[in-house]
Design a protein around this ligand. Structure first.
Ligand SMILES: [Zn+2]
Length: 293
């Protein structure tokens, strides 16, 4: 759903509430405190009185929209803008579109990202899985002030933050921020055991030392990037295109991402990538932000 559809479908606060109620409760309002469905509607306030625990509640209780003073339409617009921004959207851009201040936009963005967070119960990766790592952060924006001429070291052995990723060809991606810790075979193996169906997977990597030894846990092929980038089926092009997207987004839109927030941005890019072919990702995201998916 793009922003024009959001404007058309949810012109007023009432329309937004009706939509959220439908997504969250499918017609049967349920008390978020005691889970009872015995209620008396208080239509004027868009709330319900719970006949079991005697509290009153609205559809936004215990969700990212709880106690918001902003019109819900702005929240729905924010979800749409974030989902449609292939390269990410900065707080400043979001603020401009929503006509709110930058801090508010930043908070909304972070809460929508929370809703996009992919729970651990998702399926294991399988088939041909490419694994690689990249380094994020620290690079100044091109053309911004005095740092322009400083050459920045790239890749392994820098102070940037390592992110390790795995992607199924034509499938799902998983990426994890590794903090500033060293990337070792032990950590890579633990990650593969946790996220990959090792019985049904061939792993493709480059020849970084820490990947050697992976063949002890699953079939593993590696490509020597000092000689060639693609040898038959053996390449890591899929994960590298994902990195390109992630880095263009993070450097271009966010350019100052702290280690603390980086995992959320990485999740955001994974979420968009993993739902790239899903038709109604808007509703899914709203469901998640209401805790209903
Ligand atoms: Zn109740």
């Amino acid at each position: 759903m793009d922003i024009f559809e959001v404007f058309a479908r949810f012109p007023k606060q009432d329309d937004c509430i009706a939509y959220l109620e439908k997504v969250r409760w499918q017609g049967t309002p349920r008390c978020p405190y005691c889970k009872s469905s015995k209620q008396t509607p208080l239509p004027k306030e868009h709330r319900y009185h719970c006949n079991s625990c005697n509290t009153s509640y609205g559809v936004t209780v215990k969700t990212i929209f709880h106690r918001t003073r902003l019109p819900l339409q702005k929240w729905l617009l924010a979800v749409s803008l974030i989902l449609n921004a292939k390269k990410g959207i900065s707080a400043r851009q979001l603020a401009r579109h929503l006509k709110v201040n930058r801090n508010t936009a930043w908070r909304i963005g972070m809460q929508v990202r929370d809703a996009m967070y992919q729970p651990e119960h998702r399926n294991l990766l399988c088939g041909i899985v490419e694994m690689d790592e990249t380094y994020v952060g620290g690079k100044p924006r091109r053309g911004s002030g005095k740092d322009v001429h400083i050459k920045h070291k790239c890749g392994r052995g820098t102070s940037k933050i390592p992110v390790v990723g795995m992607v199924e060809r034509k499938g799902q991606v998983y990426a994890k921020v590794f903090g500033k810790s060293r990337l070792t075979l032990k950590k890579f193996s633990a990650l593969v055991r946790e996220k990959v169906d090792i019985q049904n997977t061939i792993l493709m990597t480059d020849q970084y030392r820490s990947y050697l030894g992976m063949s002890r846990i699953l079939p593993h092929k590696s490509i020597d990037h000092s000689i060639w980038y693609v040898r038959g089926d053996i390449h890591t092009n899929t994960i590298e295109s994902f990195w390109a997207l992630l880095k263009r987004g993070i450097v271009g839109q966010y350019h100052k991402v702290s280690l603390r927030h980086l995992p959320k941005y990485v999740d955001e890019f994974c979420y968009r990538y993993n739902h790239r072919e899903q038709e109604d990702v808007f509703s899914l995201t709203i469901q998640r932000s209401l805790g209903a998916a």
